[in-house]
Design a protein around this ligand. Structure first.
Ligand code: PLP
Length: 467
């Protein structure tokens, strides 16, 4: 077999060079054997089984429309970067490059820059965590840390416990590794410990292998709730009793609107918790710098998994964050963000209070999101095209469940639009809901009439700005 050929089920065929002009030819190529694949994808039969869990979001197309300026997007989780002192950041980056450019533009350590890892200790100390820099792995955003943890723990069919609802990006990772997600009831105080215990017992009785509990205990995405102080030790204890690792995902912990930050779950157990942090929400997501703090043995496996995936995280991004932490008043910047998001949370919650009496919603004490429960019979996903026509966008609740529930729910985010746009967005949203209720009254529920899209079919990858 020559360089330009390789075998596919015993048949040699030429590798078609991937140059733009050849794209069309590749599209119509028939896979050897004829009956395999489709006209658009001759390789359909070749993909690994795990790719069946990777489905494109049905709402992705709508988000292309939703990003038009006339549409007020209450959908994305994008931090408000206009609040960053961009000149200061630019000077910081320029200084870093002119003094340390040869290191910043070079490959670096697989575990991450030692200086940054020391600084991350200072960041985590704000949540009461005391640890060793040696147990930190710097990742390409905490999203990569989610991927690495899942990769080293999950065999197909293993169970991941997760709050109901859960972060859509984590559900996408779990699906990609063929985990079964078992949701655990959550309320305004976060995960319900008794429900957790019962779920574990039932799953074990059914012979399931539970690998970890995935939780966003503080300023939850999408629920906007926080696990109460009373429940935190109970959750840790239940996990400990049953030998289940706790994966604490905490990108919003420093963005609380009142008082001191919550003590992280990691402060309650060094050996039983993997803690994930990120600079995406407190500094800038474009740098893609996050981290995992893990028990020592796990840390080693994470580094190996990360090296095989990306060799090393970006030295440039890490040194930008490191220089920013060393030379700028990052605590003051976090305070700016907190005040800005508090004002936006107020704008959203007040508007909901005056414009949407038919619904209920959570009251976040930090973070980016409000979780709305609409009246019985409303299908939020089916309602979305009309909302976009009315120039407002949101994320339907089904995106945050692995089992298709959440049809009456909606995640609204208040992080990006300014307070006036938020008020106008909620006004438009309330109008869409009211029309929906009128339609329901006239024509009856979706399932009965076939008017709507029906229940979601499961986990989908998020549209680009759904973080
Ligand atoms: C709960 C949660 N975890 C993880 C992430 C991923 O963040 P990043 O990869 O930017 O650090 C997000 C992003 O929105 C999130 O909300």
């Amino acid at each position: 077999m020559g360089d330009s050929e390789h075998a596919w089920k015993g048949t040699a065929y030429p590798i078609v060079p991937l140059i733009p002009d050849d794209r069309e030819r590749r599209l119509v190529m028939t896979a050897p054997g004829g009956q395999h694949g489709s006209r658009l994808d001759p390789w359909m039969q070749s993909y690994a089984r795990r790719t069946t869990g990777m489905t494109a979001s049905e709402i992705r197309a709508l988000f292309a429309v939703a990003s038009r300026p006339e549409v007020i997007s209450l959908a994305g989780g994008m931090p408000c970067l206009t609040a960053l002192p961009m000149d200061t950041v630019a000077t910081t980056v320029a200084r870093m490059l002119s003094t340390q450019g040869l290191t910043a533009l070079q490959y670096g350590s697989g575990q991450g820059d030692p200086t940054l890892r020391e600084q991350i200790l200072e960041v985590m100390a704000l949540e009461g965590i005391s640890a060793s820099a040696d147990d930190i792995v710097v990742t390409t955003g905490s999203q990569q840390a989610l991927d690495l943890v899942t990769r080293i723990f999950i065999d197909p069919g293993d169970v991941v416990l997760a709050e109901a609802p859960s972060y859509v990006g984590a559900l996408g990772v779990f699906a990609a590794y063929q985990a079964q997600v078992a949701h655990v009831t959550s309320d305004d105080d976060g995960l319900v410990p008794q429900a957790l215990e019962e779920r574990i017992v039932a799953l074990k009785a059914a012979g399931k292998r539970i690998k970890f509990l995935y939780s966003v205990p503080t300023f939850h995405n999408p629920a906007g709730t926080t696990l109460s102080l009373a429940r935190r030790p109970q959750v840790v204890e239940i996990c400990h009793q049953h030998g289940i690792l706790l994966l604490e995902d905490n990108p919003y912990g420093l963005l609380g609107f009142k008082g001191e930050p919550y003590a992280a779950m990691r402060t309650l157990s060094e050996e039983g918790v993997i803690y994930l942090g990120s600079f995406s929400k407190t500094f800038a997501p474009g740098l893609r710098v996050g981290w995992a703090l893990a028990p020592h043995a796990i840390r080693e496996k994470l580094v190996l998994a990360s090296e095989s995936a990306i060799l090393c995280p970006s030295a440039y991004s890490q040194m930008t964050v490191s220089t920013y932490l060393a030379t700028c008043d990052w605590m003051a910047q976090i305070k700016v963000y907190r005040e800005l998001y508090r004002e936006r949370r107020d704008a959203m919650v007040d508007s909901l209070g005056s414009l949407l009496p038919q619904a209920t919603w959570t009251h976040p004490e930090g973070g980016f999101y409000v979780w709305v429960t609409l009246p019985e019979g409303v299908n939020a996903k089916a309602m979305l095209p009309r909302a976009v026509t009315e120039r407002v966008a949101y994320v339907p609740g089904t995106a945050f469940f692995a089992d298709g529930t959440g049809q009456r729910n909606v995640r609204l985010s208040y992080c990006y639009p300014d307070p006036d746009r938020i008020r106008e967005g909620v006004r438009r949203f309330a109008g869409v809901v009211q029309t929906e209720l009128d339609l329901l009254e006239t024509f009856g529920p979706y399932d009965a009439t076939g008017r709507g899209a029906g229940p979601s079919t499961g986990v989908q990858s998020p549209a680009p700005d759904l973080s």
